[in-house]
Write a new protein. Sequence first.
Length: 264
Amino acid sequence: MENCYEILGVHRNASASEIRRAFRQKAKQFHPDTAQVNNSESAEAFRRLVKAYDVLSDARQRSIFDQSFFTRYHIHHRHGESFDYHTWLMERQDEESRSKLIFWDLMHHRENEAVAEFKHMSVNYAGFSLKKWFTREDFMDYGYILAEELTIRGEYYDAFLLLEQIIKMEYSYEYFRLFFPEVMEFTLHILKQNIEGTVNDELVLDAWERALDLGFTPSDDAFFLRKMACLYKKMGDDRTACICLEEAARTSCSRKAMSTESAD
């Protein structure tokens, strides 16, 4: 496997514009029609250049390349012995290394270890956030996988928090595209079917309140508000329960009005 960054002559953290600029410059240098070397050499160099650009200019391909190349080839020799990246991460206690260990485990069929480490970091490190240490695309891809693993183990609230971040990222800049409805459906299922009764009532209310900002349908929002009303009533907060019911009614009326306008 060749290092696409090295072929293009850019740093691993290069932006998309830097990658395009590097490709244009090297394309002039290596294109068979303009290169100052024989045709066979320039054609091969140009082929490698195009292949590297195809990988790094596509967000998903770049993410896959980064994870595979820099995990397999982030290996060097110290005192004549090969460097074990996983062992190196395990020996470190800083937040960045532990975050990378979580995703490494996910990539190497160590899902139980990844979930356990994520739970440990979430409990013991105030303000712990995976997305600080990865590209946006990496976090969205592997964050979703981690959310799936969390739900399999009944950790629905933590799964929701990851999905919430992914949804907000998608709204700020499209990435999942056609796959995004599945993300929304997955999140909605957790909120409607799974989360109640698995964590304390305050966290359930927190999840439903957060859900109101995620762009679900008015019908879904009304559902959350009615569920919140029931929970507030159960907790003895009748005033807030009434507010939620009133808001649910307004949301339902708004949906009906929009349907009427569409029909007209």
